[in-house]
Ligand binder design. Structure first.
Ligand code: COA
Length: 384
């Protein structure tokens, strides 16, 4: 396998974007990534999208996007793994370049969720229909079960969950692309509307339109590029597991995240302590805590203590979700995994502006589908 580098990054603003269509969002992010890479060559493309069919009535997304980007007839493939669609698209692009089959590949993600579809029902298709959804549970409901179990098993408090959202909204104030770039307090989280007990409105990632894109290239191409410091993909890993919570031994422990991250640490030849900056899939506040524990950043049950101590803030020992995360930046489901790679790349290039983590050299991006039944983990290394 050959080394693979991130040559370009791009993303739209995330939010309720009435003026942009589904395809406009993809094209805007892709053109920004192509411009950032300063290349005109693309050998193929992957588009992560959870549910174009249910959100905007559009399938056959690969060819549509290649055509509107003006790149047909290159191969263009839509990738679906629920909310991990973006991470899976990056992984397939990575494998295509690593294998030597292509030199420059675009990996992207796009979702348009605010156009009036029954979003809660569309998102619920990522859970187990027969055993979970038919009985009326929604995604906030499933993560609420995980939160209750975590509170029962480890004594995690309501306030500690709120602190995750407070931290991510603070980071989001420094991201011009964020959907909700404002600060919130623990009191505001605790007073926000109840969605699924114990999770409230300000524990939830929002419903979002948006797209992100990255251009991956071989070493030969990357080393000729002058525009930015080099960023190498040191590891790309993926794992799958049970969709339904009742099929798991412990619903507070995300074993797919543990599996994918262990594979990634092995491939990158690092231990978790070496990671300088991390993006995790904080679709709900409890998710960020469970992911930190499965990534082996701390022992099970102890993640909330790190958040409370400010360790996961910019300036702390292990900054997490410097982009604002899914909570404040927004969560256009198929795009989130690609936006994470864009954020980590900006950090490792030293181009993250006000939210720059000092001397960031190794970054990790963790993206997951459903309540964690699919997961991708990428580790990136800045070579500046
Ligand atoms: N965070 C912060 N503010 C939010 C928000 C969020 N997650 N969601 C909505 N808001 C704000 C809106 O901007 C709006 O503010 P305004 O009154 O000042 O305009 C207000 O809260 C009400 O918004 P509305 O769109 O009516 O909220 P809603 O009740 O329809 O939806 C949720 C709120 C939490 C139910 C919805 O965002 C949701 O389903 N989130 C989870 C998405 C999900 O499951 N993703 C997949 C994860 S696996």
């Amino acid at each position: 396998m050959r080394d693979v580098y991130v040559l370009g990054i791009g993303m739209t603003r995330f939010g309720e974007l009435w003026a942009s269509s589904f395809r406009d969002l993809f094209v805007e992010a892709a053109l920004e990534a192509i411009g950032d890479a300063e290349t005109d060559r693309l050998d193929s493309m992957y588009i992560g999208c959870m549910s174009g069919g249910l959100f905007v009535g559009q399938e056959h997304i690969g060819a549509l996007m290649a055509d509107y980007l003006g790149r047909a007839p290159i191969p263009a493939t839509r990738v679906e793994s629920a909310c991990a669609s973006g991470g899976a698209a990056v992984r397939l692009a990575y494998l295509e370049v690593a294998s030597g089959a292509s030199e420059i590949v675009l990996a992207s993600g796009v979702e348009k969720m605010t156009d009036g579809a029954d979003v809660t029902a569309a998102l619920a298709t990522a859970a187990d229909q027969e055993y979970e959804v038919y009985h009326g549970v929604t995604f906030p409901g499933l993560y609420a079960l995980m939160a209750r179990a975590h509170m029962f098993k480890y004594g995690t408090t309501r306030e500690q969950l709120a602190q995750v959202a407070v931290k991510n909204h603070y980071h989001g104030t420094m991201n011009p692309n964020a959907q909700y770039p404002f600060e919130i307090t623990v009191e505001q989280v605790l007073a926000s509307s109840m969605v699924a007990d114990p999770l409230r409105l300000l524990d939830c990632s929002p419903v979002t339109d948006g797209a992100a894109a990255v251009i991956l290239a071989s070493e030969e191409i990357a080393k000729k590029a002058q525009a930015h410091p080099l960023v190498r993909i040191a590891a790309s890993a993926q794992a799958s597991g049970a969709l339904a919570l009742h099929d798991r031994d412990d619903i507070t422990y995300l074993d797919t995240v543990a599996k994918a991250s262990q594979l990634a640490y092995q491939q990158a030849r690092i231990t978790p302590e070496k990671v300088d900056v991390t993006e995790v899939h904080d679709c709900f506040t409890i998710a960020e805590l469970c992911v930190m524990e499965a990534l082996d950043y701390t022992e099970p049950g102890k993640a909330a203590n790190l958040v409370e101590a400010g360790e996961t803030r910019i300036g702390g020992r292990m900054p997490i979700n410097t982009s604002g995360g899914l909570k404040a930046k927004g969560h256009p489901v198929g795009a989130s995994g690609v936006a994470q790679i864009a954020e980590i790349t900006a950090q490792l290039r030293g181009e993250a502006g006000d939210r720059q983590v000092a001397e960031a050299r190794i970054g990790l991006a963790q993206n997951m589908g459903g309540t964690g039944a699919s997961c991708t983990v990428h580790i990136l290394e800045g070579l500046a």
